[in-house]
Design a protein around this ligand. Structure first.
Ligand code: GLP
Length: 245
């Protein structure tokens, strides 16, 4: 695992956006795997800036997002489709037809999961997958205990994940209880993976990621079986590792 420790959130975001721009320059029709949450927002901001400065052209790019809340329509302000449109897709020259996110408002969840896994196989796998990490080590919405062999599936969100994401909703009751997520096996199909973490809130998860062997109780540890992982963390998120070292 390649580890880059950035001074702060801005430097972490710039490092990640540079790697993404290099990927697109090298292969303009790349497939990017994308994540939501607060952590990648700075990276998306840098990509938008780079687009305006002529550093990258997104016209041939395709994207595959990790997950979506069950029950939220694409136009719902807290849906991940809305998040991606608002924070990235509508601000660069990507063709929205080439952006893929599970459909959370479906009547048939199982069918939506298999449709999405087919999308991953037909369009993907991603050349480059961007990941955040939950405080309990989840990636995508793969909560502790998820099989490393999993493909796109439905998850019941843990209370801690719902609480961590409640800040985006008006009240705790509004936070969905289920989500559709790419599975661990689907994520590991990506050729290259970048995991971002920022702030002290993630320090324990980063320490566990560095220390733990493969263990389904800590989903991010699955990344240790991949041969092209770059961890880009800021100093606060790396604090506990440095203290141990
Ligand atoms: C959510 C997302 C994950 C994300 C995690 C961390 O649960 N499904 O993909 O990595 O939150 O979010 P944040 O970056 O806001 O800390």
């Amino acid at each position: 695992m390649n580890v880059i420790v950035a001074n702060d959130y801005k430097e972490m975001s710039q490092t990640a956006s540079q790697m993404i721009e290099e990927q697109i320059t090298e292969k303009p029709d790349s497939v990017l795997g994308l994540a939501t949450g607060g952590t990648p927002l700075g990276t998306y901001h840098e990509l938008i800036k780079g687009y305006h400065e002529g550093r990258a052209d997104y016209s041939l790019l395709s994207t595959i997002n990790l997950d979506e809340y069950v029950g939220l329509a694409p136009e719902h302000p807290q849906s991940y489709r809305h998040f991606m449109d608002q924070h990235l897709f509508r601000l660069i020259n990507i063709d929205l037809e080439n952006t893929h996110i599970p459909f959370g408002k479906t009547e048939d969840l199982e069918q939506e999961c298999s449709r999405y896994e087919k999308v991953i196989d037909q369009i993907g796998p991603p050349d480059l997958q961007l990941l955040g990490i939950g405080e309990n080590g989840h990636i995508g919405f793969n909560e502790p205990g998820t099989s490393f062999d999993s493909e796109t599936h439905i998850v019941h969100l843990t209370d801690s994940t719902r609480e961590a994401n409640a800040r985006f909703f008006e009240s705790m009751e509004d936070v969905p209880t289920k989500a559709i997520t790419m599975g661990i096996r689907s994520i590991l199909k990506s050729r290259k993976i970048i995991l971002l973490a920022s702030g002290e809130r993630k320090a324990e998860a980063i320490l566990q990621l560095i220390q733990w062997e493969l263990d389904e109780q800590f989903p991010a540890s699955s990344l240790k079986s991949h041969d092209d992982i770059t961890l880009i963390v800021d100093k606060d998120a790396y604090k506990k590792v440095q203290r141990k070292g």
